[in-house]
Write a protein that binds this ligand. Structure first.
Ligand code: ADP
Ligand code: MN
Ligand code: MN
Ligand code: MN
Ligand code: MN
Length: 357
């Protein structure tokens, strides 16, 4: 059941305006055993300037599907921090990695492995840009803004739509965009999507491990702001598997020093596409749950069973943007990842396949 909006925002505003002295609040955020985000807060008695100043912390992993009850302590190791748009001031949001009591990375900790891959590949300076699509639902579980028990008019007017009846929850979307900018998330844009109440934001280009950190923080901000609005955010890749409704993806755009070099970029892109083709099944296995419902070959997707690539073709696994093919260097787009991917898992695997095989 969804949380309802605060009943007395006026009272909350009073308490949030109280002076907090030199102490700050640090909200630790992590990925739980089901791929959802969790967070909890600790007080730090001074302003934080570097990640090393933050303590290693812990939580009860038996309550988050991350550990058995008899050995439930999971350690939270701070990895990156951002400004906090909720509490403002010097308060911060902290992305933390999860480790088991024996020091091994928790099963949810794909960041640990992605960081290793990024460090090994640093000479090629991999950059990523992820387009995060998502769908909004009412607190009662029905699609946000859709007629109760029915369907809106067919797809057509909603993509990048303007005007009443074509766009839904613009107040939430604007709030999220501004909060990302305040926090320091490298958000590069937003647009309304093809299905009503489906939206997208783009994060990047981000170098290496920053991609996962910035996307995770952007997801946290959206879920947390939507909580204030009483709206539920779904990252399911195919909320409506029947009917002519688009699914939701997390197109992952990639480039390296080689692909970005005039004169040799296109050749490097072609080489990487060949490497990705050889490992199609391995990538699909890491590209999100329920993705087979989305990658049907319809609704601007390539079929899950076949690897394909093309210039400006949105029905392919890999798309090379028209302007990149024309100038002969730049980046390309892996259209296969689902909206519910772990971004560390996907970016780490891409670097392993393209640069470290
Ligand atoms: P689309 O036409 O597929 O909808 P978008 O404009 O939504 O494209 O998203 C493009 C993405 O490509 C953004 O996330 C952006 O950060 C990313 N991007 C742009 N340049 C690069 C680059 N050189 N390397 C990696 N990603 C890039
Ligand atoms: Mn307790
Ligand atoms: Mn896009
Ligand atoms: Mn899109
Ligand atoms: Mn795209």
């Amino acid at each position: 059941m969804a949380k309802l909006p605060p009943s007395r925002p006026d009272l909350l505003a009073h308490y949030m305006s109280l002076d907090q002295g030199d102490s700050i609040q640090a909200e630790y955020i992590w990925i739980d055993g089901d791929g959802e985000l969790r967070s909890k807060t600790t007080t730090v008695n001074h302003k934080v300037e570097s990640i090393q100043e933050l303590k290693e912390w812990n939580f009860d992993g038996s309550s988050t599907n991350q550990a058995p009850g008899h050995d439930s302590d999971i350690y939270l190791r701070p990895a990156a921090f951002f400004r906090d748009p909720f509490r403002k001031g010097n308060n911060i949001l902290v992305i933390a990695e999860c480790y088991n009591s024996d020091g091994t990375p928790n099963k949810t900790n794909y960041r640990h492995y992605a960081k290793k891959a990024m460090d090994l590949a640093k000479d090629e300076d991999p950059w990523f840009g992820i387009e995060q699509e998502y769908t909004l639902f009412d607190a009662d579980g029905s699609p946000y803004g859709w007629p109760k028990g029915g369907f809106p008019a067919p797809q057509g007017p909603y993509y990048c739509g303007v005007g009443a009846g074509k766009v839904f929850a613009r107040d939430l979307i604007e709030s999220h965009y501004r909060a990302c900018l305040y926090a320091g998330v490298n958000i590069s844009g937003i647009n309304a999507e093809v299905m009503p109440s489906q939206w997208e934001y783009q994060v990047g280009p981000c170098a290496g491990i920053d991609m996962g950190d910035h996307l995770t923080l952007a997801r946290f901000l959206l879920a947390r702001i939507a909580e204030d609005f009483g709206i539920v955010v779904s990252l399911h890749p195919k909320p409506f598997a029947t009917g002519e409704w688009n699914g939701a993806g997390a197109h992952t755009n990639l480039s390296t020093t080689s692909t970005r070099t005039p004169g040799k970029g296109m050749k490097a892109i072609e080489d990487m596409i060949m490497k990705l083709e050889k490992k199609h099944a391995e990538h699909i296995a890491a590209y999100g749950d329920d993705n087979e419902l989305r990658l049907t070959g319809k609704h601007e997707t390539g079929n899950i069973a076949d690897f394909s690539s093309g210039v400006a073709n949105r029905g392919c696994s890999i798309r090379v943007p028209r302007h990149v093919a024309e100038q002969g260097y730049g980046y390309f787009e892996d259209r296969r990842p689902a909206s519910n991917i772990d971004p560390y898992r996907v970016t780490g695997l891409c670097v392993n396949t393209m640069l470290l095989d």
